[in-house]
Design a protein around this ligand. Structure first.
Ligand code: 0X9
Ligand code: ZN
Length: 302
């Protein structure tokens, strides 16, 4: 099996980032967007084919939750696809011709490292605080979208929202980057697992977003293509319809003005859950790639 059909430890992902920027130096740049609580660098790759100013862009982040290993695996295989199939695959060619793509492969490197060394099912980051031995904040409860309203304020909870919005360096780094690029970024995608869902705002209230019909059409198009090409079922809808959860990156990006904002929950539907075997990576990434491309092409047409 190839590199992209395996899970990789954090150090290998860092060297892959380094190698990719060297091998494709005219197309890819690594941007240091910040650093983690334990001071690891947060690199986003910028895929850009020419230097047209004011170009549109999309953002994809992976690995916000440490144990969702299929997520960083997807970001790596997505970048690989984009770089190897430009000018061969019509869809990725059309996308790169009209948008820059920012990809942050591991948003939560400290947590990811911890899942490789200490606890495979760790979810949060690894920040410490006074007065408790419990470690970490759920970074997807730490964004400033109805922050704390109904989230857990207990540092020992798996969904602890932190001590204030953007209290965590990982959250702040991503939020700062998106704030300073919000005029170009039109599409925000964050990759999670598991349950095979395409979620869009809102997740902190049951209200529907103002552009619901666009979001529904895009999610349906993605789910339909996944079903057609991979015979696999993805559900879609506003996150809050199933489970109210404040402080998420998708809702925050939407409220910032990135009106096409999606959370992808990749394979599977519970058989292996977070422990998705390596033999399933290829398929899981291919179907998610179809979903991402479908949505990106839709955004370009808007
Ligand atoms: O609860 C989450 O953060 C995500 N599910 S997961 O099982 N990967 O933890 C769903 C996020 C949906 N969006 C928001 N809650 N804003
Ligand atoms: Zn998750």
């Amino acid at each position: 099996s190839t590199f992209y059909q395996k899970y990789h430890p954090l150090e290998v992902i860092y060297s892959w980032i380094n190698r990719t920027t060297h091998d494709y130096s005219s197309t890819v740049k690594a941007i240091l967007v910040g650093s983690s609580y334990e001071k690891r660098p947060l690199y986003a790759l910028k895929l850009s084919l020419n230097n047209r100013p004011n170009k549109k862009a999309m953002w994809i982040d992976c690995g916000i939750h440490a144990r969702e290993w299929i997520s960083p695996a997807f970001c790596l295989s997505f970048v690989h696809h984009a770089l190897s199939f430009y000018n061969q695959n019509r869809e990725i060619t059309d996308i790169l011709d009209s948008m820059d793509i920012y990809v942050l492969p591991v948003l939560n490197p400290d947590g990811y490292k911890h899942t490789w060394t200490k606890n495979r099912l760790w979810r949060k980051n690894r920040s410490l605080r006074r007065g408790t031995n419990c470690v970490g904040v759920d970074l997807n409860r730490n964004f400033d979208a109805s922050w704390g309203q109904g989230a857990s304020h207990d540092p020992c909870s798996e969904i602890f929202c932190g001590s204030f919005p953007e209290s965590e360096p990982e959250t702040q780094a991503v939020a700062d980057f998106l704030r300073s690029h919000k005029d170009s970024i039109q599409l925000y995608i964050t990759i999670h697992s598991y349950s095979q869902k395409l979620l869009f705002p809102f997740s902190y209230i049951t209200d529907e977003p103002e552009n619901l019909s666009d979001l529904l059409e895009m999610a349906k198009g993605a789910a339909d293509n996944i079903r057609k090409y991979y015979l696999n079922h993805y559900a879609y809808g506003s996150g809050g319809k199933a489970l109210l959860a404040p402080g998420g990156s998708d809702d925050w990006a939407y409220n910032l003005g990135i009106k096409y904002s999606f959370t992808f929950e990749l394979q599977d539907r519970g058989r292996y859950g977070f422990l998705l075997p390596e033999s399933q990576i290829d398929r899981a990434c291919k179907e998610a790639l179809t979903g991402v491309k479908t949505i990106a092409l839709n955004v370009i047409e808007k």
